[in-house]
Ligand binder design. Structure first.
Ligand SMILES: NC(=O)c1ccc[n+]([C@@H]2O[C@H](COP(=O)([O-])OP(=O)(O)OC[C@H]3O[C@@H](n4cnc5c(N)ncnc54)[C@H](OP(=O)(O)O)[C@@H]3O)[C@@H](O)[C@H]2O)c1
Length: 262
């Protein structure tokens, strides 16, 4: 039934930026393969998107921090003959506070999801992506990737990993049909914790924040164009450029100051 149908795989598609990307892709007539945690309402979202946009939407619920989860996602796609031509590694978690205050479990979850799941999903799907006439990988990183981020040290470091992983992979894939894009939004009020953080943060954090649907639009558009790096929004872009010309130590101080009340 799915023969020759291509699908865009999106992790963390049950809410926030992942859901907004799913909506944007469905609007552009892409079939979807959505992945999120169990009991996240993914099936309802799939039915709604399929009915509204006349696209085929499949879903698979799994905790991507489990060791064998990336392989299970790949096996599900293969056994259901889903041809994935776009891989969107969106699922990610973060926490706020000093590193020493976090539990080993929290630290493990951030690294397993943000780094390991993204890397292994890319690894398993890459060979198949290379066989298609055109294919894309979109990694949702963060503005935090550009700066050592006090009180978000682990999260920011995982997002730097995604930045460097994406850029290096892009070079490895030069001359192939596969492009790799990394996206670097600043604050997006997707859940109550982030909304609360944004309320307490400085003007800089506030003026660079964007709605999830805007981030999704920039991301999908950039992915299709094969852009290497996307910094969505004018204000965020301004601070990205500013950050690349002022001394590094000063950047770290400004970031610490911007989030001092959080
Ligand atoms: N929001 C921001 O300010 C911001 C800024 C820059 C970058 N980002 C990045 O953008 C991405 C999405 O962020 P968001 O704010 O949209 O997040 P969110 O609203 O918290 O949604 C995260 C999504 O990932 C899923 N997820 C979480 N843990 C998972 C796991 N272990 N296995 C499988 N799925 C899991 C969630 O499923 P459930 O619904 O079941 O929990 C949900 O679908 C993340 O990579 C984040 O780092 C966010």
């Amino acid at each position: 039934m799915n023969q020759n149908k291509k699908y865009c795989l999106i992790t963390g598609a049950s809410c926030g930026i992942g859901k907004a990307i799913a909506e944007e892709c469905a609007k552009q007539n892409m079939n979807l393969f959505l992945v999120a945690l169990p009991d996240s309402g993914l099936e309802e979202i799939a039915v709604e998107l399929a009915n509204k946009n006349q696209v085929d939407v499949r879903c698979f619920s799994i905790n991507l921090t489990q060791t064998d989860a990336p392989k299970q996602v790949y096996d599900f796609a293969k056994s259901n003959n889903l041809i994935i031509d776009k891989l969107v590694n969106n699922a990610g978690v973060g926490s706020y506070g000093k590193m020493e205050k976090q539990s080993p479990q929290e630290i493990d979850d951030i690294i397993m999801l943000n780094i390991r799941a993204t890397t292994l999903l890319t690894y398993y799907f890459l060979n198949d992506l290379k066989k298609l006439p055109k294919a894309h990988i979109l990694n949702i990183s963060s503005f935090a990737a550009f700066i050592p981020f006090p009180k978000k040290s682990i999260y920011a470091a995982t997002k730097s990993y995604l930045l460097f992983f994406s850029r290096a992979l892009n070079t490895e894939l030069k001359g192939t049909n596969v492009t790799v894009t990394s996206v670097h939004p600043n604050g997006v009020g997707t859940n109550s914790r982030i909304k609360e953080t944004l309320k307490q943060a400085s003007m800089i954090a506030k003026i660079t924040s964007l709605e999830a649907d805007k981030v999704a639009q920039y991301s999908v558009e950039g992915m299709i164009k094969g852009k290497k790096l996307i910094v969505p929004g004018r204000a965020t872009k301004f601070f990205y450029i500013l950050g690349s010309i002022i001394p590094y130590g000063l950047v770290v101080k400004i970031v610490g100051w911007a989030f001092r009340k959080v």
